[in-house]
Design a protein around this ligand. Sequence first.
Ligand code: AMP
Length: 120
Amino acid sequence: MKEYNNTNIFAKIIRGEIPCNKVYEDKEALCFYDINPQAKIHVLLIPKGEYVSYDDFVDKADDKTIVSFFNKINLIIKKLKLETSGFRIISNTGINANQEVPHFHIHILGGENLGGINSK
Ligand code: AMP
C-alpha cells in the first residue's frame, strides 16, 4: 500500500495554500494549467482525494469515484476543444516515470502536433 504525504504541492493547491490557474473545479476534482507546459495546451487533472498515483487511485477509490474521474477527463478535453484536433493523456507513476508530485494526476496535452510518444 502506498502512503500519501499531504505536504506535496498539489495537496497545497487543493487546500488553497498555493494558487493555480484553474480550468475546472468541482467537489471531487480540480483541473489547472501546468506551470511548465510541454505543449501549447498542458493541463493537469487531479482528484481531491488522497491518492499517490494512478495505481493507488484504482486500488483505493470506489468504482463510482473512478468512473466519475475518467468522465471528467473527457469533460476537460471537450472544454478545451481538443476532441477533434487530438490530445495526449499521461500519468507518470513512480521512479522510472520520474513522477515529481506524489498526488495522482493526469496530464492532458494538445493544441499542437505532439510528435512521437517520446518527444513530449
Ligand atoms: P509529474 O512528473 O507527472 O509528477 O508532473 C508534475 C507536473 O506538475 C510537472 O509537469 C510540473 O510542471 C507540474 N507542476 C509542479 N508544480 C506546479 C504548480 N504549482 N502548478 C502547476 N503545475 C505544477
